[in-house]
Design a protein around this ligand. Structure first.
Ligand code: AKB
Length: 316
């Protein structure tokens, strides 16, 4: 049985991933790592162990790893793209100095590490459609710079020290549980909240701007499946492209309108978000992930929309 530490367990991915991992590996085998001000609550708190784990505090995390005999770390600590652009030093401190801490702890304690990369690791010179697995990565955002560094540093720890590092490049993630905070793709979550609350949606991203997106259940499966994958099949390690759907604002709006005919949207483009979105690919080619660890998404825009509207309506 694995002993797992999730760092960032109360965030958008972490809150759901921790519960999924507990359902697979057992409640006592998955530690929810959080920072002060983002304490776990409810089921997340009650179902298993929780510890303060600030990525900038190496000794504290090392002590948690030793206390629970951790062998696998999901390192989800990061600032999303828009916030990072406004707080670049903090973004680097968490994303890269924090990653060094985790990788060093992993090297000393023989842990495997999952640290997400993103579609944000690409830039305007990258081929835009069906972006290949191995291609130009010259991002224009500090978020992207830190994600490319994450991929390279994680590969380096694998090649130099044999640390079992693995990761995917997440698209925009859409979920009905914990809202994202400060990403470029957040509009694709916010639009569902507006639809369910009966409000008009003001879209910050321009019509015609395509980005890859994914429903959270598929994203969670990707994390677990990659960490369970047979290492002899992995020609790549850090930064697998994964994809399930790509759409522009008009398409998600019409997908929702099919079930909420009175729903309305108008555009009020946010300059920073739009400049980031325009520098990212339209869609990724995920052939390598499909071939090397059998990646396969289950949701498309319509099935995700049905589920999002149903779950949010029940909760709101
Ligand atoms: C963001 O928009 O910053 C994130 C991402 C695509 O990495 N959701």
């Amino acid at each position: 049985m694995k002993n797992i530490l999730v760092i960032g367990a109360t965030g958008q991915i972490g809150s759901e991933l921790t519960m999924k991992l507990r359902s697979i590996y057992g409640n006592d085998h998955v530690v929810a790592g959080y920072i002060h001000g983002a304490e776990p609550k409810g089921e997340l708190l009650e179902s298993g162990p929780a510890e303060v784990c600030d990525v900038t505090d190496r000794p504290a995390i090392d002590a948690v790893v030793k206390k629970y005999n951790i062998d696998t770390i999901y390192n989800l600590a990061a600032l999303l793209s828009v916030v990072a652009e406004n707080k670049p030093i903090l973004a680097w401190k968490i994303g890269i100095d924090g990653l060094w801490n985790i990788l060093e702890i992993a090297r000393e304690n023989h842990c495997a590490v999952f640290t997400p990369s993103s579609i944000g690791s690409f830039g305007p010179e990258t081929p835009r459609d069906k972006t290949p697995q191995d291609t130009v990565q010259r991002p224009r955002t500090i978020y992207g710079v830190s994600k490319v560094t994450t991929e390279l540093l994680s590969d380096w720890y694998y090649n130099k020290y044999g640390v079992d590092t693995r990761s995917v490049r997440f698209p925009g993630l859409i979920s009905n549980v914990t809202p994202p905070g400060g990403g470029t793709t957040d509009y694709a979550v916010d639009i569902y909240y507006a639809a369910v609350k009966g409000q008009e949606f003001i879209c910050p991203i321009a019509e015609g701007t395509y980005m890859d997106m994914m429903y959270m259940p598929d994203a969670l499966n990707a994390c677990v499946q990659l960490m369970e994958a047979d290492p002899t099949r992995l020609a790549h390690r850090n930064g697998f492209n994964i994809a399930s759907m790509s759409f522009e604002p008009g398409e998600i709006f019409r997908a929702i309108q099919k079930y909420k005919p009175d729903f309305k949207m108008h555009y009020q483009v946010d300059a920073l978000k739009q400049s980031i979105a325009s520098s990212w690919p339209n869609s990724l080619d995920d052939t390598a992930a499909r071939y090397e660890w059998d990646w396969q998404p289950t949701y498309d825009l319509d099935s995700m929309t049905v589920d999002m509207l149903e779950k949010l309506a029940a909760r709101l």
